[in-house]
Write a protein that binds this ligand. Sequence first.
Ligand code: SF4
Length: 168
Amino acid sequence: MLCSACLLGVRCRYDGRAKTHPVATPELERLLRLGLVVPVCPEQLGGLPTPRPPARIVGGDGQDVVLGRARVVSEDGRDVTSQFVRGAEEALAVARAAGCREAVLKSDSPSCGAGRDRPEAPGEGAILGVTAAVLREHGIRVLDEHAIGDSLCGGWRKRGGGPAGDPR
Ligand code: SF4
């Protein structure tokens, strides 16, 4: 499965830091050691430096960006739409090369946000990012990082668990 690199401790965020999750990250690291996780940072793959100014989608969501109806603009006013789209395409290429069928992505990111509200935390993860939109469009199941407890750990274990239930 594909995974946002910052969730695995890679310091690839706009502020030069990682953003791990207390539940998701240990499980993802375990799967990484088993060779079942492929870390990617779409913003870096799109050619953006680290650190970089934070960016946001203007005029819609990630799907609108892909369709040319919205833009991604950085805090310093630069249009970084093309870098975000390129990063999404590169992430898709990696997913295809590795045979990934699922992706666990960082919430609330203009690239990786899965675009789903969670009843227990309204608003969190609600942004649909450009990469999440592209992956979903191409048949890859996109999971928010917070889904790790049920959809990811529970689901895989019900299907056979760990390496036997290869989540790719
Ligand atoms: S683009 Fe995705 S992987 Fe890269 S820092 Fe942002 S949320 Fe993390």
